[in-house]
Design a protein around this ligand. Structure first.
Ligand code: BGC
Ligand code: BGC
Length: 676
C-alpha cells in the first residue's frame, strides 16, 4: 500500500523556519500549545506567508482613486482576458480588456514564422488601443500574457531550455534563476509583459500528460525552484523588482494538479487537506513568498469540486490565510467547467475568488455582458468586483505599466539579437548537461572517445522537435521541422561537430543501417511530443505494442556493436527491455534546442580527458513495472527500479545488469492505440 508523503513534525518546523512563514507564533518563534489550540483548522494547515513584496500606501491610494472613477463596464473589462485569435485591435479599443493572451501555438497574424517585430507590433497595437479612451473612456494599459514555459517557446528562434523535468534533475536553483531571467529578456524582446510560469505541480502519477512540466515528485525541489524562478522572472523584492528588465510571473496551477486520480489531466484530486499543503502547495509557499504577482487556477477538482469555483481554496486559503494580494487568473475557459456555469456565464467563479477570466474563443463577449448583468442583479457583489480590480491594478502599478513606455519603445523590444542569443544558448546548454541522468554504464563504456567511427541512429537523433517536446512553437510540439528552430542544435549535430573535430567520423542513420562498420552506436529515441491531456497514458510502458526502438537496439547488439541509448521522454518510463539491450543508457528528458549539451557529457575531449561528468539525479523515481506509476519518494513500500536521487557519475560502478524482468505484466489483449 502506498501512503501519501507527509512532512514529519521536525521537517515541518524546519520548513516554517527556513521560509520565514509567519504562523501563529509566540515571540520566540515557537507555537505554544495554547496558541495552537486557538487556531482554526485552516490556520493549522495553511501558514500565513511572509511575502517579500509589501503593500505600498501610495499604490493603494492610487487604486482607491481609480475605483472611484471607473464604471462597472470598465471594471469588468479588466477581468476579461481574451485570446489574440479571437479579438481585433478595434475590440480592444472598444472594450479595454485588462489583459489578453496568446495560447500555445498562437502567433501574430496566425503566422508561425512571425518575426520579433511582428510580435512587438501586435503588442503595440493592442496597448495603444487599450490606452485610447475615445470609446470606453479608459486609459488603463492592457497587458499580454504568454506561456513561456521553457524559454519563449512560441517564438521562432528562441532559446528553448530543457523542460522542467530535466531542470529538476539538475537540481540547481541558481541556474534556474538565470534561466528565468533570460526567458524574461527574450519575452520582453517581443513586447510581452507577463509569463504563465512557473508550473509548480508536484507530480505524483507519471501517467499524467503534464509530468514534464513538473520539476519533481518531491515538494522540496518544487518549493526552492519556484522561488528561484519567480526571482529570475520578476527580479527580487529587494532588488530590481519588476524593473524594465523583468516580467510578471504566474505560479500555476492552483492547486493539486499533479495529484489527480490516475494522473488524469484536469481530473479529481482526493488528497487530504494536510497533503494538499504538504505536497501540492509547496511551490506556492516558495513562489508567493518570493512575491509572484499572479496565480493561475487549475482545471482540476479537489474532492469533486472544480477549483475555479472553490471559494475555500481561492479566497479563504490563498488570499485570506496565506496573504496573497496579487490576482488569480483562470485557465482556458476553466470557469466553464464549474457546475452550473458555461464559458459564457459564470458568477460562481468570480464569487469564489477568480479575478480574471481566461476566456479564449468568442465566449468573451457574452461573458463580459453576463458578468455585468450579474453584478446589476446582485448575483455578484460590487465589493467582489472592486477587490478583483484592485488586485489587477495593484499588479499593473507594481509592474510600472502606467509609467513604462509603450511596448515598442521598451529597452529590449524588437532587439532580434536577444532571441536565441549565443549567451542564452550557452546557459541552456549547461542546463542540458546538468539535466542528463546516467542510468546504466556497463564496462564504463561512457565517456566515448571522440576520434572513432560513431553511428548515430534513432528517430530522435536529428530531430529538434522531438528533443524539445510539447509547448515548442506549436502547442503540442508536433508539426515542426528542424528549420523551424533556427540556431538550434540537434543531438546529432552536437555529436557530429565534436567527433569530426577530434578526427573521428559520425554517421547519421535513423534506421541504423551503415556502409562503414562503426566502433559504437549512439541511439536517440523516445516519446513523441505531446501537451496536457494528449499525453495522458494508461501505463508507463514505452512503445507498447510497437517496440521499434527496441528492435533497432537489438539489431545493433546482434551485430556486435556496443549501444549507447539516449532516451528522450517527458517522464520516467518502463524501459526494462531497452535497458537490457543497451550498454549505456542516458535519461535525457526533453532537452530543448541545445542538443550540444549531450556531446559535452558523453564524449571525451580531443585529448582524452572527461569534458563534463554526469551530475543529474532522478527527481522522479524510475518505475520497476509498467504499472508502477505512483511510486514516489517517501512511500511506505518504496521499491522503484531506480530510486529518487539516483544517477551514476563516471567514477561509479554500474548497477543495472542486462537481466531486468521484461514481462510488462499488462494484459496484451487490452492494447489500445492510445498505449502505443
Ligand atoms: C494550460 C495553461 C496555459 C493556458 C494558456 C491551458 O490549457 O493549462 O497552463 O497557461 O492554457 O495557454
Ligand atoms: C491553445 C493552448 C491551450 C489549449 C487548451 C490550444 O488551442 O493554443 O494554449 O492550452 O488550446 O485546450
Amino acid at each position: 500500500m502506498k501512503t501519501p508523503f507527509s512532512l514529519n513534525k521536525i521537517a515541518r518546523a524546519s520548513l516554517i523556519a527556513s521560509l520565514g512563514i509567519l504562523a501563529a507564533c509566540s515571540n520566540d518563534g515557537t507555537t505554544t500549545p495554547e496558541a495552537n489550540n486557538a487556531l482554526s483548522k485552516t490556520e493549522k494547515i495553511w501558514p500565513k506567508l511572509n511575502i517579500a513584496v509589501k503593500q505600498d500606501p501610495e499604490i493603494e491610494a492610487k487604486i482607491a482613486d481609480y475605483l472611484k472613477t471607473m464604471t462597472l463596464e470598465q471594471k469588468v473589462a479588466q477581468m476579461i482576458q481574451p485570446e489574440i485569435r479571437d479579438i481585433t485591435v478595434e475590440d480592444m479599443r472598444k472594450y479595454g480588456f485588462g489583459s489578453y493572451l496568446n495560447g500555445g501555438g498562437a502567433f501574430p497574424n496566425g503566422d508561425k514564422h512571425a518575426t520579433p517585430m511582428d510580435w512587438v507590433k501586435l503588442a503595440e497595437d493592442f496597448y495603444q488601443a487599450s490606452v485610447d479612451d475615445s470609446i470606453d473612456g479608459s486609459k488603463i494599459p492592457t497587458m499580454w500574457g504568454t506561456d513561456a514555459v521553457h524559454g519563449h517557446n512560441n517564438v521562432i528562434g528562441a532559446t528553448l531550455f530543457p523542460h522542467n523535468i530535466g531542470l529538476g534533475a539538475a537540481n540547481n536553483p541558481a541556474l534556474i534563476e538565470q534561466i528565468a531571467a533570460i526567458t524574461a529578456v527574450e519575452v520582453m524582446a517581443t513586447g510581452i509583459d507577463w509569463v504563465f510560469a512557473p508550473t509548480v505541480a508536484v507530480v505524483r502519477d507519471d501517467r499524467w500528460g503534464r509530468t514534464y512540466e513538473g520539476y519533481s515528485e518531491d515538494p522540496r525541489i518544487v518549493r526552492d525552484y519556484s522561488a528561484a524562478i519567480v526571482n529570475g522572472l520578476q527580479g527580487k523584492a529587494d532588488g530590481d523588482f519588476l524593473s524594465d528588465k523583468r516580467v510578471i510571473s504566474t505560479v500555476k496551477h492552483f492547486l493539486g494538479d499533479g495529484g489527480t486520480v490516475d494522473g488524469d489531466d484536469q481530473g479529481n484530486n482526493i488528497d487530504s487537506e494536510q497533503d494538499l499543503f504538504d505536497i501540492h502547495a509547496q511551490g506556492y509557499v516558495g513562489g508567493l513568498s518570493a512575491g509572484s504577482q499572479s496565480v493561475m487556477a487549475s482545471f482540476n477538482s479537489w474532492h469533486g469540486v472544480k477549483n475555479h469555483g472553490n471559494k475555500y481554496l481561492l479566497t479563504d486559503v490563498l488570499k485570506t490565510r496565506m496573504g496573497f494580494d496579487g490576482f488569480v487568473v483562470g485557465d482556458w475557459n476553466g470557469h466553464g467547467q464549474i457546475e452550473g456555469c458555461t464559458n459564457e456565464s459564470c458568477a460562481q467563479a468570480v464569487n469564489a475568488g477568480l479575478d480574471i477570466f481566461m476566456v479564449p474563443t468568442g465566449a468573451w463577449k457574452p461573458l463580459y455582458e453576463n458578468t455585468i448583468a450579474q453584478v446589476k442583479a446582485g448575483e455578484i457583489s460590487m465589493s467582489r468586483i472592486d477587490d478583483a480590480v484592485s488586485r489587477i491594478l495593484r499588479v499593473k502599478l507594481r509592474a510600472g505599466l502606467f509609467d513604462k513606455p509603450s511596448p515598442a519603445k521598451r529597452q529590449f523590444s524588437g532587439k532580434t539579437e536577444l532571441i536565441g542569443a549565443q549567451q542564452h544558448r550557452e546557459v541552456a546548454r549547461q542546463a542540458v548537461r546538468e539535466s542528463l541522468v546516467l542510468l546504466k554504464n556497463k564496462n564504463n563504456i561512457l565517456p566515448l572517445d571522440a576520434n572513432q567511427t560513431v553511428l548515430i541512429a534513432g528517430d530522435g537523433a536529428d530531430n529538434i522537435g522531438k528533443q524539445s517536446g510539447g509547448w515548442s512553437i506549436t502547442w503540442q510540439g508536433t508539426n515542426n521541422k528542424n528549420a523551424d528552430f533556427p540556431g538550434a542544435t540537434s543531438i546529432y549535430a552536437g555529436l557530429e561537430k565534436q567527433i569530426t573535430e577530434a578526427g573521428g567520423r559520425a554517421i547519421l542513420s535513423v534506421d541504423g543501417s551503415y556502409e562503414q562498420r562503426p566502433d559504437v552506436a549512439v541511439v536517440v529515441f523516445g516519446e513523441e511530443p505531446y501537451a496536457e491531456g494528449h499525453g495522458d497514458r494508461d501505463n508507463l510502458e514505452f512503445e507498447r505494442g510497437n517496440k521499434k526502438s527496441l528492435a533497432l537496439l537489438k539489431s545493433l547488439k546482434e551485430q556486435g556493436i556496443a549501444v549507447v541509448s539516449v532516451f528522450i521522454s517527458g517522464r520516467p518510463m518502463w524501459v526494462n527491455s531497452e535497458l537490457n539491450a543497451s550498454d549505456a543508457f542516458v535519461a535525457a528528458w526533453l532537452p530543448g534546442t541545445e542538443g550540444g549539451g549531450i556531446a559535452d557529457v558523453i564524449l571525451k575531449a580531443k585529448d582524452g580527458s572527461i569534458q563534463h561528468d554526469f551530475s543529474g539525479k532522478l527527481s522522479f523515481s524510475w518505475p520497476k513495472t509498467a504499472v508502477q506509476a505512483t511510486v514516489n519518494k517517501g512511500d511506505d513500500d518504496y521499491s522503484p527500479l531506480l530510486p529518487y536521487g539516483f544517477g551514476l557519475t563516471y567514477g561509479d560502478k554500474n548497477v543495472l545488469a542486462d537481466n531486468l524482468d521484461e514481462d510488462s505484466k499488462l494484459d496484451n489483449s487490452a492494447l489500445t492505440s492510445m498505449d502505443i
